[in-house]
Design a protein around this ligand. Structure first.
Ligand code: S3P
Length: 449
């Protein structure tokens, strides 16, 4: 089967969609429910490649997980809200308690998922058996010293390839000790790995972040009855606390919804409603930026879903966008929206500059390099900076053959760009969208029809 798609200019984008369930929250739901003792139902779990890596990992660690609804496909025939377009389903997890995991008989394959590998490393460092974690070629080139160093300070017996820099990771779990740790980079994956390891430590672990990153782990730990003390950028957690099994609902993923928000803004004659999207403030920096750029976006039906704020998002074609200059402070709250923000920058009035974003070089691909190179193919004047990018706006995009670098968010961002470009655009490496958003192209096709 071909791994590419041809897209051309869209006349409009209209309709209502339900985005796929949140990827970060789905990972955490499996992890925390597995560590709780007893049965938890996770409703609206994301069945995409990344989150299935976490689910399969916990099966290998001896946790019984039932998958209730089969993937809801095929999507198109029935139309409607589009909830059937996304791969979501309920799962039932029979948690083993903090000390109930068993030694895996084989290497644990984390696929493309940094979240799986880093959070699992925190858990496994405190479990008294041998584990080996590996992944695909992209994951095997992502930095792991950021978790290995602090976990070692906690007493973990953990090592990795190339002087502890890259996966595979080998862990012989044992009793850990609490530490005070100042994180050098803002990373929710590192923070979460240390909080999970902290559950296995003697004493109170104290973690300080340089800038607030997504706080789904903290919220979910609290809702599972773990006492966790949060004071601005400092988080404290005492070891030995058992988690209570708890049913939960996963909200829609803001990072997936963002592609449709952007598409509606950029394509003429468009308006869409995206139902049930998570709007945790540690994730929605893009909304603030879009407002500054001049977008019309409305949030309605704001509610709480299992301890996370959720809303319906309405947005329509923007009537002129202003360029923005963004720096380090806002980066963690829009880290995964960088690719689509670059595409928006090509249509803004002025030069958009995104700085303090060097973390983007260590994602599923080097997203700074990938965006600059591929936008240039579409006629954009884009300059790669060591810590970000500068993009000249008011550009008439022209169709091109785009390399996704096997990165789901690069593939989706350029699919949106293709819808406003003159001529034909080919997006290569589209199977990568299954990492976070199976059904992406079906929804795109339906809304532009
Ligand atoms: C994630 C944290 C972020 C984000 C990633 C998911 C998480 O990574 O980019 O897509 O679920 O904790 P970092 O922690 O490396 O910034």
């Amino acid at each position: 089967m071909s791994d590419s798609i041809e897209l051309k200019k869209a006349k409009k984008l209209k309709g209502k969609i339900i985005p796929p369930p949140d990827k970060s929250i789905s990972h955490r739901a499996v992890i925390l429910s597995s560590l709780a003792k007893g049965k938890s139902i996770v409703r609206n779990f994301l069945r995409a490649e990344d989150t299935m890596s976490t689910l399969n990992a916990f099966r290998k660690l001896g946790v019984d997980i039932e998958e209730k609804s089969p993937p809801r496909r095929p999507p198109l025939a029935r139309g409607g809200w589009g909830g059937e377009d996304t791969s979501s389903g309920d799962i039932i997890i029979h948690g083993k308690g903090l000390h109930g995991l068993k030694e895996p008989e084989d290497v644990i394959y984390c696929g493309n998922s940094g979240t799986t590998m880093r959070l699992l490393s925190g858990v496994l460092s405190g479990n008294p058996f041998l584990s080996v974690l590996t992944g695909d070629s992209s994951l095997r080139s992502r930095p792991m010293a950021r978790i290995i160093n602090p976990l070692r300070q906690m007493g973990a017996d953990i090592m990795a390839r190339d002087n502890d820099r890259y996966p595979p990771i080998v862990i012989r779990g044992r009793k850990l000790k609490a530490i005070k740790y100042d994180m050098p980079v803002a990373s929710a994956q590192v923070k979460s790995a240390l909080l999970l390891a902290g559950l296995y430590a003697d004493g109170e672990t104290e973690i300080s972040e340089p800038i607030k990153s997504r706080d789904h782990t903290e919220r979910m730990l609290s809702s599972c009855g773990v006492r966790i003390n949060i004071e601005r950028l400092k988080i404290k957690i005492k070891g030995g606390q058992e988690l209570k099994a708890k049913d939960m609902d996963v909200p829609g993923d803001f990072s997936s919804a963002a592609f449709f928000v952007a598409a509606a803004m950029l394509i003429p004659d468009s308006d869409i409603t995206i139902k049930g999207v998570g709007i945790n403030p540690t994730r929605t920096g893009l909304l603030d930026v879009l407002k500054t750029m001049g977008a019309e976006i409305e949030l309605t039906n704001i509610r709480d879903v299992s301890g996370e704020p959720v809303a319906d998002i309405y947005c329509k074609t923007a009537d002129g966008l202003r360029a923005v200059k963004l720096g380090r402070e806002i980066m963690p709250s829009l880290i995964d929206e960088f690719p689509i923000l670059c595409v928006l920058g090509t249509q803004a009035d002025g030069v958009t500059e995104i700085r303090g974003a060097e973390e983007l070089r260590f994602k599923e691909s080097d997203r700074i390099k990938a965006m600059a190179a591929e936008m240039r193919k579409m006629g954009v004047e884009a300059e790669e900076l060591s810590d970000g990018i500068s993009i000249k706006g008011n550009t008439n995009l022209k169709g091109a053959s785009i390399n996704s670098y096997g990165d789901h968010r690069i593939a989706m961002a350029f699919s949106v760009a293709a819808l406003i470009a003159k001529g034909k655009t080919t997006i290569n490496g589209i199977s990568s969208v299954n990492i976070s958003f199976p059904g992406f192209f079906e929804i795109l096709r339906r809304l532009t029809r």
